[in-house]
Design a protein around this ligand. Structure first.
Ligand SMILES: *Cc1c(COP(=O)(O)O)cnc(C)c1O
Length: 366
């Protein structure tokens, strides 16, 4: 029998979150960002689950776009980093992938090719990772005009650096820079918003938004959890209790004896660890959930197991399933305890953990 350590993936919750993104983006449309194996949820299954709702997908690289095709989904797919080699151009044309062009060497590759895919031009509005400076756009667009047919030029994209911080005015400034940079091409489409920007009240959505993390129910916004934003957890990470014992005051648990009981403590060992992608930096006090009760981690996370204090769950016994994050404990809370973000935790679940796909709305025809 396989270990009962699993990541349950709820496709109904995924669709709920995508529809919320659409409502917030309206009248713009939302391209579903499913890079990094669908943020750890399985890119093929995520693409299939969203195919009837989402008109377009976005990924980081060509391999991910090809995985969507392998899943039997033939929607347009935007490559957010564009081509990584000259040979990619022909593949993109053949498969109907749309490329983001952020550097002149990519224009050279397009110029050498017989046919070009649909192109988006990346504008650097301050983040300084990728993109052309606003002052370079006239020149870039003139060059593109000699390379690609007009109908192959979709429009412009930019990316926000600080949209997770609702008190920052950097997003307003980037939005202003973007709008001014592209003002000479009013007929072309524009795309700027990541998940976080969907939750900024005065943020314009332009033509396309690009929600990623919110689709999976984790929060893009500092100081808020996904559920507080109306999102539903898509992944529930579960592992069984494999041992239960009672420690006497003065007895410790795990590597480094880093947690010591100060009173008699009923504790459990759970079959999950950093080898499964559970964060090693989640220390004593990180929440988990078993049988209707919130519990907390104690001591150090090891590769294959971790320890929990079962004081709050007196009926828990070996074989019971512990939720590490999901419907009852948001991944955002665990991330906060581990000094990271939900993105890293979701994308970090390793191949040792089987993904089980479920649709919690089955009975309700959702
Ligand atoms: C990853 C990514 C997104 C999605 O970001 P989230 O914060 O996950 O919503 C959008 N646009 C670009 C360019 C990205 O790389």
């Amino acid at each position: 029998m396989p270990r009962k350590t699993v990541a349950r993936i709820d496709t109904r919750a995924l669709r709920h979150n995508y529809r919320l993104a659409c409502r917030l983006a309206s009248p713009a449309r939302a391209m579903a960002v499913i890079k990094a194996d669908g943020y750890g949820h399985g890119i093929r299954e995520v693409a299939r689950a969203l195919a009837s709702d989402a008109p377009k997908f976005a990924v980081a690289c060509l391999e991910e776009a090809l995985a969507i095709r392998e899943a039997g989904v033939d929607h347009p797919v935007v490559l957010l980093q564009g081509m990584h080699s000259a040979e990619d151009v022909a593949t993109c044309v053949r498969e109907g992938f749309e490329v983001v062009v952020h550097s002149r060497y990519q224009l050279d590759w397009l110029a050498q090719a017989g046919e070009t895919p649909t192109v988006w031009v990346k504008v650097n509005t301050g983040m300084n990772r990728l993109g052309f400076a606003p002052s370079a756009l006239a020149d870039v667009m003139a060059r593109l005009g000699t390379i690609a047919a007009a109908e192959k030029v979709a429009g412009f994209v930019t990316h926000f650096a600080c949209a997770d911080d609702i008190s920052s005015d950097d997003t307003d400034q980037q939005t202003r820079i973007f709008s001014e940079a592209v003002v000479d091409w009013p007929k072309l489409e524009k795309s700027a918003s990541n998940s976080a920007a969907h939750f900024l009240p005065a943020q314009p959505s332009f033509d396309w938004t690009r929600p990623g993390i919110m689709l999976y129910g984790a929060s893009p916004t500092l100081g808020k959890t996904g559920p507080e934003l109306g999102l539903e957890a898509v992944m529930t990470l579960e592992a069984p209790l494999t041992a239960v014992r009672t420690l006497k005051p003065g007895e410790s648990v795990g590597y480094g004896y880093s947690w010591t009981a100060t009173r008699e403590t009923r504790m459990g060992i759970v079959a999950i660890g950093y080898g499964d992608g559970y964060p090693r930096h989640a220390g004593t006090g990180t929440p988990a959930w078993v049988g209707g009760n919130r519990i907390r981690l104690i001591g150090r996370v090891s590769m294959d197991m971790l320890a929990v204090d079962l004081t709050g769950a007196p009926n828990a016994c070996p074989g019971d399933s512990v939720e590490l994050w999901g419907r009852h404990v948001s991944v955002d809370e665990v991330a906060q305890h581990a000094g990271t973000i939900g993105y890293e935790l979701l994308t970090g679940i390793t191949a040792r953990v089987p993904r089980l796909y479920e649709n919690s709305g089955n009975a309700a025809a959702g």
